[in-house]
Write a protein that binds this ligand. Structure first.
Ligand code: SF4
Ligand code: MG
Length: 333
C-alpha cells in the first residue's frame, strides 16, 4: 500500500528582518505505515519546523512556501479549517519535550482520556474503545491508581506516556514526537523508547521521532532522515546509515558522538565551523563551508537528492556525475 505520509518539495520560509529565511528547503520523503522514522540534525536545522509543517502549524511570520504533504492519499494543503482540526486532533498526534504545556492542569489522567473520546463521539463507548483504553493503560505502564492523578503529580516520563495514550485513544495514524525524551533521565528515556516500539508493533502506528540525539535514533528508528541547514542530506535504513554513512555531514555527526560502537575507541571528531544563518545560506551545497570533502562545484551548484543504492538517498556531489566534478577529478589525478 502507499505510504502514510508523502512529503514532496516541502519548503517553509520565515520573513525576518534579514529577509526571507528558508528554514525548510524543498524536502521530500515518505513515512511508511507502521514505521519509526528518525529525523535527526543539530538544533536549528529545521527539523521541528518540518514537524510543525506536517500539521500546518507554522505561525506567521513563517509560512509553507512550497511543496505538498499527502496524508493517507489526501492533500493536506487543501484541507479547510474543519478538516484541518480533525486531522490535527485525530489523525496525527504530536508529543513535545514538555507535555505539561499540552495537558490540562486541572484534569486527571482519566478525564483527559474520556475527553479525548468524547471529542470523537462517533467511535465512542463501543466495547472496542473501552478495550482499547484498557490495553493502552496497561501497555503504557500507567497504573490504574494513576488515573486519578493530575499532570503535576506525574513524573515527566509518565506525562509523556499519557500524551502517547491520548494520541492512540484517538486512533492516530501518526505520532510526531519532537525531542519527546530529551528532558527525561536516561533510564526513563530508555523505557519510553521501548514502549514506543511496543506501541508501534501493537497498534501499527507510524512514528516520526525528531531529535538531535543520533544515538537515540539508532535505538528507536527503522529509517533515518538527516537534516542540515534546512536540507535533507541523507535518508536510508538505520543500519545502513550507521554502518556506512555517505554524506560528509552524517559521517561527521556519527564520528562526533561517543555512543556508536564504531568509534568507541577513537578520538571524537569535532565538526569545524557553525551551522549557517539561514537568512544568508551558503550557495550550492549548504554544507560546503564546513565540509572536509568540498570540491569547487559544491559552492556553485546545489546537488540533487539521489538514490545511490535502493532506499539510500544522498544529497551530495560526491555521488553524482557532473562535468565539473569529472574535470576536477582529472586535474587532481
Ligand atoms: Fe561536501 Fe560537496 Fe558533498 Fe556538500 S556536495 S557535502 S560540500 S562534498
Ligand atoms: Mg527543535
Amino acid at each position: 500500500s502507499f505510504p502514510l505520509v508523502q512529503i514532496r518539495d516541502l519548503s517553509v520560509t520565515y520573513n525576518t528582518r534579514l529577509g526571507p529565511t528558508s528554514a525548510v528547503d524543498k524536502i521530500s520523503f515518505d513515512i511508511r505505515r507502521g514505521e519509526i522514522m528518525g529525523l535527526v540534525g543539530e538544533s536549528g536545522c529545521g527539523k521541528s519546523t518540518l514537524g510543525k509543517a506536517l500539521l500546518r502549524m507554522i505561525m506567521p511570520p513563517g509560512y509553507i512556501s512550497g511543496g505538498q504533504i499527502i496524508f493517507n492519499g489526501e492533500n493536506v494543503m487543501k484541507f479547510d479549517e474543519k478538516r484541518l482540526r480533525d486531522y490535527r486532533g485525530r489523525q496525527v498526534s504530536m508529543i513535545f519535550q514538555d507535555p505539561m504545556t499540552s495537558l490540562n492542569p486541572v484534569q486527571t489522567v482519566e478525564q483527559h482520556l474520556e475527553e479525548a473520546i468524547q471529542v470523537h463521539e462517533a467511535e465512542t463507548k463501543t466495547p472496542y474503545i473501552i478495550k482499547r483504553i484498557q490495553t493502552l493503560i496497561e501497555r503504557l505502564g500507567i497504573m490504574q491508581s494513576r488515573l486519578d492523578s493530575y499532570p503535576h503529580q506525574l513524573s515527566g516520563g509518565m506525562r509523556q506516556r499519557v500524551m502517547v495514550g491520548l494520541g492512540l485513544v484517538l486512533n492516530a495514524g501518526l505520532i510526531i514526537a519532537d525531542e519527546a525524551t530529551t528532558s527525561l533521565d536516561v533510564i526513563v528515556e530508555a523505557k519510553l523508547v521501548d514502549q514506543l516500539r511496543e506501541i508501534r508493533d501493537e497498534f501499527g502506528v507510524s512514528i516520526l521521532a525528531i531529535t538531535h540525539n543520533i544515538a537515540l535514533v539508532a535505538e528507536i528508528a527503522d529509517r533515518v532522515a538527516v537534516m542540515y541547514a534546512g536540507n535533507l542530506v541523507e535518508l536510508g535504513d538505520v543500519n545502513r546509515i550507521f554502518d556506512a554513512p555517505l554524506h560528509p555531514y552524517t559521517q561527521g555527526l556519527l564520528a562526533s558522538v561517543p555512543t556508536t560502537e564504531i568509534n568507541a575507541k577513537k578520538e571524537l571528531y569535532k565538526m569545524p565551523g557553525e551551522p549557517p544563518n539561514l537568512a544568508r545560506p551558503p550557495s550550492g551545497c549548504r554544507f560546503h563551508p564546513r565540509c572536509p570533502a568540498a570540491m569547487p562545484i559544491c559552492s556553485r551548484y546545489r546537488p540533487a537528492l539521489e538514490e545511490v543504492a535502493p532506499g539510500h538517498w544522498v544529497h551530495c556531489w560526491l555521488y553524482q556525475d557532473h562535468p565539473e566534478k569529472v574535470e576536477k577529478t582529472i586535474k587532481v589525478a
